[in-house]
Design a protein around this ligand. Structure first.
Ligand SMILES: *Cc1c(COP(=O)(O)O)cnc(C)c1O
Length: 423
């Protein structure tokens, strides 16, 4: 399709958009009385209007039933979280028993490392990407120190090549080869938060497994954004937060995947709590732990219902639409945004550079050569919510549920104005 950088063309694309009606399903913040152009769904997705209903239901049940709500609420709380597994399994390419919802992402990665990072004298190294999301770096370092090892020795980072902005799969594979039988774990962010790159999870997982390591993925920027086939790829474990592309609200519950082959496997240890025991006998308060036969065995506490309910609300939308339609729109709207960036770049001769490789999801990261933070401030003041990453990168992530082609057009015009006014 040949794109045009005109309002009429953008509006025409919106008319053809089968997801168009979902724009009305979300609340948009306003700047100067006008709804913003929202590019930070990769950081915190917008609030779906239907979420309030799911929260109100819990509040009402709590008011009217109090403790009885655990069993007699509209959606009883004691197994509330189980409702999320099936819809989530579809999104991440898993079998339903392989998925659960609990805690928050960094907490879950720590818990999963209890199960899947058990270093021996020989096999103790962890492979990750250089400049991983800070929380992941702190998590890996502290886990390694917890085992009495030295992070400088145990963490091996795959670097980008000089002058390149993305990681090459061949370089990841070469590192796996090089570490060989010292490799205990591969743990990488499936979609990089900074450059928006989608790693070749299938190939890297296969290579890590072949080297005899466990392979896990942090899917914070991948869940609800890109196609995942965690079961088929033989991924050992994964976790993701729900508040980015999945629109569940700030700090809300996180998803966990544990491959079927590790369920009911006594060789895989874990930290345990009462919500991981068999549901049938949970309230008999027995002294011995009798694990659930699915990923729920990793549950510790009774679920934070007010954090899980908004996630369920959001999942009803994914159920209605399906990942396929989201991905189709994602590719088209990101391509349109890319086209507009090139058009504006040519018009104002500003030389910015898209550092996101072709393996991408919703996000384009743009290196603004020669443009200061003043351009970012201009955009924010004029109703474009984006974010700034040092040294000079803005991240633009249109979300297929609620971003419009018209937004992309208006953004281009504002960008042009900003560059001209700021140069
Ligand atoms: C957003 C993000 C996190 C956030 O972790 P929380 O525990 O939810 O605060 C972690 N890792 C990556 C890669 C992220 O993008």
């Amino acid at each position: 399709m040949t794109f045009q950088n005109t309002l009429a063309f953008a509006q025409q694309l919106d008319e053809q958009d089968v997801l168009k009606k979902y724009q009305d399903e979300f609340y948009f913040p306003k700047v100067n009385g006008k709804e913003v152009i929202y590019f930070t769904g990769n950081s915190l997705g917008l609030q779906p209007k239907r979420t309030q209903r799911f929260i109100d239901e819990v509040m009402k049940d709590w008011a009217e039933l109090a403790v009885e709500g655990h069993f007699y609420a509209e959606k009883p709380w004691w197994d509330y979280h189980e409702r999320l597994a099936a819809p989530l399994a579809k999104i991440v390419g898993a079998k339903t028993p392989e998925v659960t919802v609990m805690n928050t992402l960094t907490v879950n990665l720590h818990l999963l490392m209890v199960s899947f990072y058990r270093p021996t004298k020989k096999r103790y190294k962890i492979l990750c990407e250089e400049k991983a999301f800070p929380s992941d770096q702190y998590m890996l370092q502290s886990q390694i120190r917890f085992h009495g090892l030295d992070p400088n020795d145990a963490i091996v980072e795959v670097k980008k090549r000089d002058g390149e902005h993305h990681w090459r799969t061949e370089d990841v594979l070469a590192k796996i080869d090089e570490i060989g039988d010292e490799l205990a774990l591969v743990l990488i962010g499936g979609v990089n938060y900074y450059n928006g790159q989608v790693f070749d999870m299938k190939t890297i997982t296969a290579a890590g497994k072949k080297a005899g390591a466990f392979v896990g993925w942090d899917l914070a920027h991948a869940a609800g954004n890109v196609e995942l086939k965690l079961h088929e790829w033989q991924v050992d474990f994964a976790s993701w937060c729900s508040y980015k592309y999945m629109n569940s609200g700030p700090g809300h519950a996180s998803g966990v995947f544990i491959h079927e082959k590790h369920l009911n496997n006594p060789d895989i240890p874990r930290f345990e709590g009462w919500w991981g025991t068999k549901r049938e006998t949970r309230f008999l308060m027995k002294p011995t732990f009798d694990p659930m036969e699915n990923a729920d065995a990793w549950q510790l506490s009774n679920a934070p219902i007010l954090s899980v309910a908004p996630y369920l609300a959001s999942l009803t939308m994914f159920e209605e639409v399906g990942m396929e339609a989201l991905i189709e729109k994602r590719d088209k709207i990101v391509a349109y945004l890319e086209f507009i960036l090139h058009e504006i770049d040519a018009e104002v001769d500003s030389s910015f550079e898209i550092i996101t490789p072709k393996d991408r999801g919703c996000q384009l990261s743009v290196f603004l050569h020669g443009q200061g933070k003043s351009l970012f401030d201009f955009l924010m003041k004029n109703g474009v919510i984006t974010d700034w990453r040092e040294p000079n990168v803005i991240r633009l992530a249109p979300a297929p549920f609620y971003s419009s082609y018209e937004d992309m057009y208006h953004f281009g015009q504002l960008l042009k104005k900003g560059i001209l006014e700021n140069s």
